[in-house]
Ligand binder design. Structure first.
Ligand code: ZN
Length: 378
């Protein structure tokens, strides 16, 4: 089969590689649609974030495969039974339309044996610790497979992993009916959190955005009040909440300015907008020693919550993924509207990575997707 192979940072090519064979408890999936994540694009380009040192060490040893955890496809082959529990319904079968939870706890370490898979220090992460779906076929543990319901396209299913993350963030914040939710940022994560808040019974939903186009999307995503990020957001939030502040703030705007993100000042803004006793959920990924307004958070008794990356805290057998797919199937959440660029064929993968890494330069809203085949007419 063909797959994306990395020989150095930014040095990529689609090449012939050996066909994958499923081991015990594994399945092989024909990839129908895949989209890069922004973090993957930054890592592949050589940015010093998250897993950079791990990837650098692997590249020093030779060519490697990296990335590709947001995908959908059709099961091609099922390996012999493995350890662990089969998913409900007897497990995946050839021909099933599926996606997969990206993180699987090891199942053997002390934390896993004590029923704390979210504390597993060595989880298997698709595209990071094992070859991902930047390829014609991908191998995943059967226990991570999630069935895609009828009526959900491959494109939508490939985009559901970040939505599962938004579902997870919403659950972590424990948003109660009628509470005021402030979403900082109207990029993909901001718009997904806006839609989940709307469908999750939030009261007033306030969203900030830097561009008129994104503010318009925030309105269509169900925001009651949309603010220009350049204006006095704190004053507008106080005004809209009778001076109380937001019950819950989702901070999705911060991060590296060279990736089009807002730096570290948005955490400070979140602390100034949250009510006393409120919660801030850090969706944004900031540098290890980013400045934080700890005195203000203490004074307000505000909680600063950190969701697991992706939907990892819910893996495997992911309720968050299944719920996210249900939201899409019912039309409660629109993920298709966030996909502005779709490319055809596996050779388009390097181009998709380039578009996703610098979305603003390409006029893209979300990640660029690559369609490998049409599962409606296979
Ligand atoms: Zn473990």
């Amino acid at each position: 089969m063909r797959a994306l192979v990395m020989r150095g940072f930014g040095d990529l090519a689609v090449e012939e590689v050996p066909d994958p064979v499923p081991g015990p408890g594994e399945v092989v999936i024909d990839v129908a649609c895949v989209q890069p994540s922004v973090t993957e694009c930054m890592l592949i380009a050589g940015a010093p974030v998250a897993m950079h040192t791990v990837l650098a060490a692997r590249l020093a040893e030779g060519p490697t495969r990296f990335g590709g955890h947001e995908f959908a496809g059709v099961i091609r082959d099922v390996g012999p039974p493995g350890e662990g529990h089969a998913p409900p319904g007897g497990g995946p079968r050839p021909g099933d339309r599926v996606t997969a939870v990206e993180t699987a706890a090891c199942g053997r370490c002390a934390a896993c044996r004590r029923d704390r898979p979210d504390a597993c220090p060595r989880p298997q992460v698709l595209g990071f610790s094992t070859p991902g779906a930047f390829a014609e076929r991908v191998v995943v543990p059967a226990k991570t497979v999630v069935t895609v319901p009828d009526g959900v396209s491959a494109s939508e299913a490939a985009a559901v992993q970040p939505l599962a993350g938004a579902v997870h963030g919403h659950a972590l914040a424990g948003v109660r009916p009628g509470e005021t939710v402030l979403v900082l940022g109207a990029g993909v994560m901001g718009l997904l959190h806006t839609q989940v808040a709307r469908r999750g019974g939030a009261g007033l939903v306030v969203v900030t955005g830097r561009s008129a186009a994104k503010r318009d999307l925030a309105r269509r995503a169900g925001a009651d009040l949309v603010l220009d990020a350049a204006d006095d957001v704190e004053a507008a939030v106080r005004d809209a909440t009778d001076g109380i502040g937001a019950d819950v703030v989702f901070e999705t705007a911060g991060g590296a300015p060279d990736a089009g993100l807002a730096g570290t000042s948005t955490l400070d803004l979140a602390a100034r907008c949250v009510r006393r006793g409120g919660r801030i959920v850090m969706v944004a990924v900031l540098p290890e020693h980013a400045p934080a307004p700890l005195g203000l958070l203490r004074e307000r008794s505000a909680a600063l919550l950190h969701p697991r990356s992706g939907a990892g805290g819910y893996a495997p057998g992911s309720g968050a993924f299944e719920h996210a797919l249900r939201l899409v199937r019912r039309g409660d959440v629109d993920v298709a509207g966030l996909v502005t660029h779709r490319l055809g064929g596996i050779d388009a993968l390097p181009k998709a990575l380039e578009i996703t890494r610098d979305k603003a330069a390409h006029g893209a809203l979300g990640p660029a997707q690559v369609d490998l085949f049409d599962w409606e007419h296979q």
